[in-house]
Design a protein around this ligand. Structure first.
Ligand SMILES: NC(=O)c1ccc[n+]([C@@H]2O[C@H](COP(=O)([O-])OP(=O)(O)OC[C@H]3O[C@@H](n4cnc5c(N)ncnc54)[C@H](OP(=O)(O)O)[C@@H]3O)[C@@H](O)[C@H]2O)c1
Length: 212
């Protein structure tokens, strides 16, 4: 799969490392431009290229946007149209800018995120574990009951499946957290699974799955 990654910090670079090891092709971007990513690209090998934000977005069938939310309004929306866009971002008032709609609870984090990406299929995910757990916590050899859980919330079942399959391949238990707004609320800071190291068995009690 071709994966665009916007943001090359803790989450973006960790995701790039992990996706490349699964055999995916990655194009990554940050705010300072592709030249600033030369050493990361050299380290990760020929499956990774660096580009502008716009080109990395156009490259991906799936695009992970792992920035700080104050950069949201600078994202070139047109380049994302038709893509599956993953939102791993967490908002903490004052630390990533101030969004009154989030502070008041009027919008969930992903609803605000989605306003910048019309014509895409948004999946909230990759946001509940630290980048260290994302780097080292995957255990493909373990059962779904025993692995760490990762969650995906979204309104498009096919898009959500793509993200859930990535979790499984990375060695996490894929948990469908439901639709974008209701599910996203559970995943964001203040929700019951944010920053918790729940196993699949524990997570299943919060998000029961018929047939699992
Ligand atoms: N760190 C974690 O463990 C963790 C876990 C789960 C979720 N998250 C969430 O994931 C997001 C990223 O966190 P992080 O820890 O990876 O942050 P980070 O290490 O500070 O990295 C942020 C990255 O975003 C890039 N960026 C910022 N504004 C941009 C813009 N307008 N255009 C292009 N690139 C831009 C930065 O590029 P430059 O360096 O060139 O400015 C940098 O590469 C946050 O929303 C955070 O809440 C983080």
């Amino acid at each position: 799969m071709r994966i665009g990654i916007i943001g090359a910090g803790n989450i973006g670079s960790t995701a790039a490392r992990r996706f490349v090891r699964l055999g995916h092709d990655v194009c990554i971007a940050n705010s300072r431009g592709p030249r600033s990513l030369r050493s990361l690209v050299r380290e990760l090998g020929p499956r990774v290229t660096a580009a502008t934000v716009e080109d990395a977005a156009r490259f991906g069938d799936v695009v992970l946007v792992a920035i700080l939310l104050f950069g949201l309004r600078s994202m070139p929306s047109a380049a994302f149209i038709g893509k599956i866009v993953i939102d791993p971002n967490n908002y903490f008032a004052g630390r990533n800018g101030n969004f009154t709609e989030l502070d008041s609870g009027e919008l969930t984090h992903s609803e605000l995120f989605a306003t910048q990406f019309p014509g895409t299929r948004i999946v909230k995910g990759f946001n509940t574990l630290s980048h260290i757990a994302l780097a080292n916590g995957g255990r493909p050899e373990a059962t779904w009951d025993d692995r760490l859980a990762l969650y995906a919330a979204g309104d498009d079942a096919a898009a959500k499946s793509v993200v859930l399959d990535l979790y499984d391949a990375l060695g996490f238990t894929p948990i469908d957290a439901g639709p974008l707004v209701a599910g996203g609320r559970q995943l964001q800071p203040g929700g019951p699974v944010f920053n918790t190291d729940l196993t699949g068995a524990q997570a299943r009690e919060i998000f029961p799955h018929p047939g699992w």
